[in-house]
Design a protein around this ligand. Sequence first.
Ligand SMILES: Cc1cc2nc3c(=O)[nH]c(=O)nc-3n(C[C@H](O)[C@H](O)[C@H](O)COP(=O)(O)OP(=O)(O)OC[C@H]3O[C@@H](n4cnc5c(N)ncnc54)[C@H](O)[C@@H]3O)c2cc1C
Length: 504
Amino acid sequence: MSTITPSFPANFFGNEPAQLASRLTKTDLATLAEVRGDTIYNWSGIHSIARKSQLVKPETEQQLSKIVRESRGKIHIIGTGLSYEQIATLPLNDPTSTLISVEHFKGLISIHHDRQTAIFGAATPVNQIISTLGEHDMMIACSPGVVGIQTIAGALATGTHGQGLFQSAYSDTVVSLRVCLPSGQIIDVDENTKDYPLQAFVTSVGMLGVILHVELKMKPRAVLYCHKTTCNFDEFLENYPEWNENSHHVKAWWFPETDQVQLWRVDEANPQLSSTFLSTDRKAPFETDNVAHSMQDTVDRYVEKLSHDTNSSATSHQPQFLTVKRFADTRNLVGYTEQILTKGIPVPQINCEIAVPLKRFREATAALHQWNKENAGKLHYPFIYRAVGKSDAWLSPVHEGPAVWIGFLVYIGEDGSVRRDGMETMERLQELLAGFGGLPHWGKHFVPKTYDFEGKIRNWNNFLELRKRVDPTGRFLSRFMSEIIVNNQKLSAEKRTRNVRAKL
Ligand SMILES: Cc1cc2nc3c(=O)[nH]c(=O)nc-3n(C[C@H](O)[C@H](O)[C@H](O)COP(=O)(O)OP(=O)(O)OC[C@H]3O[C@@H](n4cnc5c(N)ncnc54)[C@H](O)[C@@H]3O)c2cc1C
């Protein structure tokens, strides 16, 4: 297991911090989810997922199959617990419900240089996959996300992604999966299993059974050069699509309070920079020395606001300040992909990320700009922009074509609270982006009623039919996902009625 763990402010757990903190234990579950008393919480320790008594950790396929066949209640699966907990929350007081952790299915199973794939256990953390492939001078054939502590199965199930128009998400690197279906039958799923379409299984939000093994495409490892610059909002609005067409990985953080944008363009390093990096011990990226301080004023302003809203001292080393202060350093970097792009600091937060078709980037961003004029100071962190190419996964919000993921967040205060208007802000921004064809990340906070999933996801109904066929009694369907399905059906029926009336 990766050693990075979320770090909690001193009195994060409310009135009895010392007692609660001492009751924290990670020995019950080799994930980032927290266990306090008899309850398992999500990674930020705030929302419950299940009771400890509901947790099972099968060691073999036979054990897993038996559990799935014999369990009478709901069955959900936990990876690292990094996602919006609602997608996999069990009824806490139902002793027949089961939370499955596949933590015993971890590590490299086999590597196939001839077809450039590798097979890993489902609970292998992404960081471990990257370092194992690195030993073979290979890399996963997609851009990694901000953190690599999550399990590969959880990353696939939620459509987790990095950035770059010439790739899409982890799920688009999947060649085959080994899955325990809700019937308990264990099957291999690949592009030839027509009854069990691979692209439905790669991103299923845990609704189609338990993934055990994952076969991923890999590619030769490259040394990358990250060029950091600062620009203003107008330049960003004008050039962002073109920057994405011309660079492998582009990341942009727009600070609406000052309209400054920090831009990272990441491409293969030239032979000279590459060989300089390869001649080091390669354990860290090497930094070029053109330090610019153009972001300092913006950073100071955000830190001050964050300090006020989370009741913390701006001089503290709490992770939310580190995430913002890092923007003051604009040194260019040379190193491996993950050394540049997978450097996130997990901080307790409410985090939304909405995919908007890339062709609507300008109008959506202009609307956010207007919103910020009317609502200054509501966010703790810049908007983060990451464009990706089309995904083949049925449930991917990026299934129709290239899109830009727009992320925004509010941090959680020392006492575990969210600023009074924080949730309202998250909801308003989601409504605004949904108006531009936006769809949410399955693993981050979202308000289901905001989105027309059936209307926007071409294979939505095909997925629902498959789900019903493999899990007719809905044991793998969480209450949250079930409500999404039912409400979308109602919404579509209303839409159809309106259309019929309009035609009459
Ligand atoms: C600090 C932070 C940074 C993040 N950065 C990014 C980012 O850069 N890009 C991005 O796209 N997302 C990002 N996310 C979201 C995060 O990547 C996903 O929530 C995460 O990948 C889920 O993996 P997990 O192991 O935690 O799964 P969990 O949260 O435990 O589970 C998620 C879903 O996967 C299902 N699941 C888990 N294991 C299996 C299995 N074996 N078989 C079938 N289904 C399974 C569960 O049922 C559940 O529905 C971030 C989240 C945080 C907290």
